[in-house]
Design a protein around this ligand. Structure first.
Ligand code: FAD
Length: 386
């Protein structure tokens, strides 16, 4: 019996693999097989995302990825089906030192030059958005009017459903465990069921993409890092809606999840790894930072069972790694989003489909996102990350 085959094999059924599959199929490339190691789709980082979407980045290419993606999410149900549930309640960054404030003002100028609506706020304006904020050391804030949050699971399953209607196949409980490479081409990938011949392979395996790339002999600098999201009981002291709010000095963030509060803060000492247990030892530090900036949080009650941890997929410059591998032209990178893969998934699907069908992504120039950038000293780093 001959091995199964597909023109494009996508590894990973998260939001990125789903978007790539849909965009390929929508352009007529339907001989696509998604291989997913779990026994259900959308169980990786996508399922643990906070769903934030924002235009406010420091690097132009990231702003362009967001601009395209958020526009698509506005009409997601009409265009794709599924359920993006985009809430454009804004994103607020609070700054408490002059140098960082100057950086954010500079970033806002860049964002505005690309047509993004971002406002510079004085401390008193912040109170209208987030009541009770402690302002004594705040020097300024930026507010992204069209930013907000969405439903990552609804988007991923929407893309998958439409892709499958168009002919895309998906195999669950099918971890890729090896690869066959001949000269400068991948010819097949290995699963427990046997080999699958592949015309192209897309690595959309998120936090596991570095490990996966090693099967192809590729050194992909993407590492998994745990991030915790803690949830409170109903919190009526903040009227709905408040923006997704970052206290930049501490890294504390929060947003409303219906009538509850969702919040978190990255632990810089948490080592790379695949630990998915909620870090309860870190919670007191997070709460201290939150209450310090938003004293009303003293009244919040945590719901342990509704808190979770998931993995960021971090690249050295906190920028995605996209596009064909230079020495293996039918292997395509789609990972390294460094915690922004949900908001950048619509643009990524479009661009990876172009990379495969047209030979090169063209709707947005992704040259500075190609893996070759790590061969020289880095020229761009995204600083607006948490
Ligand atoms: C707490 C938290 C908050 C976040 N908040 C935001 C946010 O506000 N906004 C935002 O944009 N992003 C956010 N993110 C990041 C976002 O979740 C990710 O960037 C995004 O989900 C990446 O999507 P993906 O499809 O690449 O990865 P995943 O969803 O992880 O999908 C990868 C898939 O690959 C599969 N896989 C792995 N190895 C193999 C293998 N060998 N063979 C077959 N399949 C394999 C996995 O099982 C998984 O299903 C957050 C993440 C966390 C953890």
């Amino acid at each position: 019996m001959s091995s199964p085959s597909a023109e494009v094999v996508i590894i990973g059924a998260g939001i990125v693999g789903a978007s790539v599959a849909y965009h390929l199929a929508a352009r007529g490339c339907t001989d696509v097989l998604i291989l997913e190691k779990a026994n259900a789709p959308v169980t990786g980082s996508t399922a643990f995302s906070a769903g934030g979407v924002r235009h406010q980045f420091g690097q132009e290419v990231n702003i362009r990825l967001s601009k395209y993606s958020i526009e698509r999410l506005k009409n997601f149900t009409d265009e794709i089906g599924g359920y993006a549930d985009l809430r454009q309640s804004g994103y607020l960054f609070l700054l408490n030192d002059e140098d960082t404030w100057a950086d954010y003002q500079q970033q806002a100028r860049l964002q505005r030059s690309l047509g993004i609506q971002v406002e510079l706020l004085g401390p008193q304006d912040v109170l209208k958005l987030v009541p009770g904020t402690r302002l004594d050391d705040i020097v300024g804030a930026t507010f992204g009017v069209d930013d907000g949050f969405c439903n990552p699971h609804g988007i991923a399953t929407g893309y998958l459903k439409r892709a499958r209607e168009l002919g895309v196949r998906m195999a669950l409980s099918s971890p890729v465990t090896g690869a066959q490479v001949s000269g400068e081409r991948v010819t097949a990938v290995e699963t427990p069921e046997g080999w699958v011949n592949a015309g192209f392979v897309v690595n959309a395996s998120g936090a596991w993409s570095g490990r996966l790339a090693a099967f192809f002999g590729i050194d992909l600098p993407v590492q998994p890092y745990r991030r915790n999201a803690y949830m409170t009981e109903a919190f009526p002291l903040f009227p709905q809606p408040i923006p997704l709010t970052f206290d930049v000095g501490s890294g504390f963030w929060m947003r409303k999840e219906q009538d509850r509060l969702l919040f978190g803060m990255a632990n810089p000492d948490d080592p790379a790894g695949e630990n998915l247990n909620v870090d309860w030892d870190w919670l007191p530090t997070v709460l201290d930072a939150g209450i310090n900036r938003f004293p009303l949080l003293e009244n919040a009650h945590l719901v342990k069972g509704h808190s979770w941890a998931g993995l960021y997929e971090i690249s050295p410059d906190h920028m995605p790694i996209l596009g064909r591998h230079p020495e293996m032209q039918n292997y395509v990178h789609a990972s390294g989003f460094s915690g922004h893969g949900v908001m950048h998934s619509p643009a990524t699907g479009l661009l990876i489909a172009e990379e495969i069908i047209d030979g090169r992504a063209h709707s947005i120039n992704i040259d500075e996102l190609r893996i070759t950038r790590f061969r020289n000293s880095l020229t761009h780093t995204e600083t607006n990350v948490f």
